[in-house]
Design a protein. Structure first.
Ligand SMILES: [Zn+2]
Length: 339
């Protein structure tokens, strides 16, 4: 059990809600939730959990941008102007809402290698990422380690949520394969802020239920659309032939599973086979006068350079945004990475 400070006045409304009560509140204060992806779904999820007294692990490798402010509720105009890493900006916002909890923030890429280190302490994981590869990897890791997690996603006016607990069906029971462009991105499709807010709030509510034992986890797939106000629960059957929870083959964790990434019109992805030495790339970046380093962690380097936003990942991926041609993107990345 974690040591915690329980201010009964702060949590009075949780305590007077009978299914949670004082016992449930003690469990919340002694628990930790990890939120992966601090965008439109992750920020409301983290906000509700932090305010409920849950200790938080925040993971996101991105930087706050102006176009995030329409829906990513922990950030301010100042964060966007200062290009503050989301993990850092979110930590500051949550600390000011509840100084009694522990908040660990990692501006890291979640990989098979660091998953155990970053998620090991969490009692439950909220997936609020926008890419399938991370989701499949997370599903593998959670099934392998018997960890509960909540799948949550939103796009346009639509949202989805499902909770996976040890022994229940898993993500691959209903999504056996991840195809190219299966999930459109909000850059291409747009999104209503409240759709993501609902998905995030449901994620937080599932975590609160799981931690306190109030109610039952939603092991079905919730799908909602706001324009016609439809909320639907689709039953997920546990698939005995499921590669992950049936056969216990963790191919995404082992790096064998692949998902094709969809990159937007003005962004290019370059892959470096042997990975990228982030420390070396950072040294190079700091020597280039027209290069501004925005984020430098163990696994991620983000810079503004020659009008483009370049994000490099230790696993070998480079994303160059605001760039007109692939040749130009490659050229810019090559200043930081040797192929
Ligand atoms: Zn499964």
């Amino acid at each position: 059990m974690l040591k915690f400070r329980m201010d009964e006045l702060r949590y009075a409304r949780n305590i007077s809600f009978a299914p949670i009560g004082k016992k449930g509140q003690e469990k919340l204060c002694a628990s930790t939730a990890a939120v992966i992806g601090l965008g439109a779904v992750g920020t409301p999820a983290a906000a509700y959990l932090a305010r409920a007294g849950v200790n938080i692990i925040l993971i996101d490798h991105d930087i706050v941008e102006k176009s995030n402010l329409q829906r990513q509720i922990l950030y301010t105009e100042k964060d966007a102007l200062g290009a503050v890493p989301k993990a850092e900006a979110a930590k500051m916002a949550l600390e000011s809402a509840n100084p009694d909890i522990n908040i660990d923030a990692y501006a890291e890429e979640l990989t098979s290698r660091n998953m155990g280190e970053l998620l090991g302490r969490a009692d439950i994981v909220i997936d609020a990422t926008d890419n399938l590869e991370t989701r499949f990897r997370l599903n593998d890791w959670c099934v392998k380690n018997g960890k509960a997690w909540v799948f949550s996603a939103a796009i346009g006016d639509k949202g989805m949520s499902a909770t996976m607990v040890p022994g229940s069906s898993c993500l691959r029971c209903f999504m056996p394969k991840a195809g190219a462009g299966m999930l459109p991105t909000c850059e291409s499709e747009g999104i209503m802020g409240p759709a993501a807010g609902i998905a995030g709030a449901i994620g937080a509510s599932e975590a609160i239920k799981y931690i306190t034992g109030a109610g039952k986890p939603n092991t079905q797939l919730l799908h909602f659309r706001l324009l016609d106000m439809s909320f639907e629960l689709i039953k997920i059957n546990k698939d005995k032939a499921c590669k992950t929870c049936g056969k216990r083959e963790f191919e995404f964790l082992e790096g064998k599973g692949r998902v094709s990434a969809r990159v937007c019109a003005d962004a290019f992805q370059i892959n470096y086979k042997g990975g990228i030495d982030i420390g070396l790339a950072e040294k190079r970046a700091r020597k280039i006068p027209e290069c501004r380093v925005l984020l430098a962690s163990r696994t991620v380097l983000a810079v503004d350079m020659l009008g483009a936003r370049v994000t490099l990942f230790g696993s070998g991926k480079a994303i160059v945004k605001n760039c007109a041609t692939e040749a130009k993107a490659k050229n810019i990345a090559a200043k930081l990475v040797s192929a």
